[in-house]
Design a binder for this molecule. Sequence first.
Ligand code: TYM
Length: 332
Amino acid sequence: MERVVSGIRPTGKLHLGNYFGAVKSFLQMQKDYDCYFFIADLHSLTTHPKPADLHANVRSVLAEYLAMGLDPEQCALFIQSDIPAIPELYAYMNMNAYIGELQRSTSFKEKIRSQADNVNAGLLTYPVLMAVDILVHHADYVPVGKDQQQHLEMTRQFGNRFNRLYQVDYFKEPQAFSFSGELIKVPGLTGQGKMSKSSGEADTIIFNEDDEVIRKKIMRAKTDSGPTEENQEKAVEIQNLFELMALVSEESTLVHFEELYAKCQIRYGDLKKQLAEDMLQFIRPIRQKIRETERDDAFLSKAAKIGADKANESANKTLKEVREIIGFRKFY
Ligand code: TYM
């Protein structure tokens, strides 16, 4: 069976971007593929979380994954730090990643700007750790949003380079995957770019948030003064609202507002009200499930244990083979 691997950093509660960029594909794939989905807590150390926050964040992402429908009996659902083979393989793969290429990665350049006071070595070698997450399970597919595309290219490069260095045909080339056929970028509400954990509260629709908070965020989303000519091209912030609507509203609702826009008859207040209601309809059952699952300690711990066992089995096998390929031999 073909393998699938993907992860999410536990640096906050899951948002709409995580769902449509990643989790929706996870849900579709878990039945038909051999899936490994995880919480990337090692990755989150680059931002120096407090120990108690780290645990609470991992716990809430685990509950959210389960509430959204990931089934621990169908896929390996695990926490990255439960898999010791990952940091070990990361040490080996780091020898084979070059400073220049790591410095050129878009995400590293972005971090230099956004967290200039904490440009640590872990940020630089982040793509190596991510490659290890994927290669350690010999993934064929990696369901991710568009923002992770470059990391996937780097993963293929590191795997191929290992193969060349040791003259083996060991790691395969994983491909990015999305349920919709093309990688998704869910826009934020402020018109600046993609919805993300770091782009700020006002930009992000979080599942585990109350109706009023979500409504307010949508009603405050930036708009312009409205189209003045028929079929006018939309400004980015308007386009974003339509894109969000396409994700959660009925097709006929979207068509209705598209037509109003094209005829210069649109009232953005109505559009946002409709979007907020459709968003809440979409979010409410998931949120309800999240809140139930968060209280179920026994379920969380059982799920994490089953996942860790499955993932360790696969990762330890890879580690053993890699150590042999590299040339480590025991003297005793
Ligand atoms: P992270 O935690 O930032 O995001 C988790 C997943 O959600 C997707 N995503 C989005 N997709 C579309 N539109 C958005 N606005 C949006 N925001 C987030 C991301 O593309 C991602 O799929 N480095 C990864 C975590 C990771 C990983 C891995 C992923 C670590 N190791 C191995 C896949 C395989 C990250 O920071 O994602």
